[in-house]
Design a protein around this ligand. Sequence first.
Ligand SMILES: Nc1nc2c(ncn2[C@@H]2O[C@H](COP(=O)(O)OP(=O)(O)OP(=O)(O)O)[C@@H](O)[C@H]2O)c(=O)[nH]1
Ligand SMILES: [Mg+2]
Length: 445
Amino acid sequence: MTDTIFAPATAAGRAAVGVVRLSGPRAGRAVETLAGALPAPRMASLRTLKGADGEAIDQALVLWFEGPASYTGEDCAEFHVHGGPAVMAGLFEALAGLGLRLAEPGEFTRRAFENGKLDLAQAEGVADLIEAETDAQRRQALDQVGGALGQAQARWRDALIEALAMFEAAVDFPDEEVPADVAARAQPVLSGLIGELEHALAQVRRGERVREGFKIALVGAPNAGKSTILNALAGREAAIVTATAGTTRDIIEVPMRLAGYKVLLADMAGLRETHDEIEAEGVRRAKAWAGQADLRIWVVDGASEGTALPPAELHPHDLCVINKADLRSGAETGHALVEARSLGINPIRISALKVGDVAALGEALEQRVVDALSGAEPPMATRLRHRELLSEALERLRRATELQDELELAAEDVRLAGRALDRITGRIHPEDVLDRVFSSFCIGK
Ligand SMILES: Nc1nc2c(ncn2[C@@H]2O[C@H](COP(=O)(O)OP(=O)(O)OP(=O)(O)O)[C@@H](O)[C@H]2O)c(=O)[nH]1
Ligand SMILES: [Mg+2]
């Protein structure tokens, strides 16, 4: 028999109310033992919960959800008790005494998935919704919980089956009345599907950025004022600022919210050749972080008399900030203007010490984030797992279109593309994939 599980559904600590949920075949018995007769399904009922010794644990609202009409599809119950540690501990002890066990992270949602209440992409959406810190993350996750990806997958699947039927007809009845060009007729179906998958894939990166945060790197020579700019944008002294070149060594990531999106702004070591072992490691890390960031801000010390060399990681869509505009401008300003413009970048001149200048930089960043992440429609595919499976399906379909004359091989590729798409929603689900998806949940979900 399946275990009956329980878990706190609310965060640990003191709160007005603490919710404990149960799921499994013995949930009903547990409610009866602790709270008396089962309440009517879905109707809150005020009860005194009593432990094995007959002593009251707390007064609670009790809810009963008879399977399969419940979150997990099993018999489920909820106890809404006073949210203090002793009450919760007393209730857990009583439930464990009845042979129930504490749930693993994500176990309720995993049971919901296994009982067909939601598909794997929806389950991932549930986890994202709980993790959501910004409006954009919430909207995207809610779309996924609503089954947007699953609906698209069902549509893609229908098209695949249609194409497959044509291939198979051509293979099975080569000489009969099936028209000779039947395989050719599968082509428009396949190319339509390829177009849709390409479109979904093009959006995944945006989805991943919304989930994980848009990464912005402050790069440039030592002493340019990167740490000063980070602190000014973050509104706190996150990084050490000194007049000594080579102050910052570690990557300092500051999470921020810009225009409703999650952003990770990172300060790092100034880029230069150095024999200092620690600083050299800092420079190596800085280059790696900057290289994979979504946007780089090349910070230049506008008051310096040195030469300005743009970092190798700089892209034409990046930003250039010529800092220290409150001081007399040095030769480096001119160099930076030329270098930046040759990359197609129009530099912004600021003083990190002026509130208005920093605010203007913040607005420029906000605009970049909005341009990169907002779109007419929210992305359906939002994580690496989706990206890999979509790419695999796309690759198979492209091969199938190239194998026109070898119908059986083409049909096999179409079949394998279908299998990759099925794995998105978990129709075919290797155990380890499920373990990975559900272990990222919190306890009680
Ligand atoms: N006058 C003036 N000084 C600035 C400005 N921005 C930074 N500074 C000063 O420049 C020096 C270096 O600033 P940091 O922010 O530590 O520079 P950094 O780029 O982080 O330097 P490293 O960590 O060594 O790579 C400090 O003394 C700052 O006070 C500015 O806009 N105007
Ligand atoms: Mg610094």
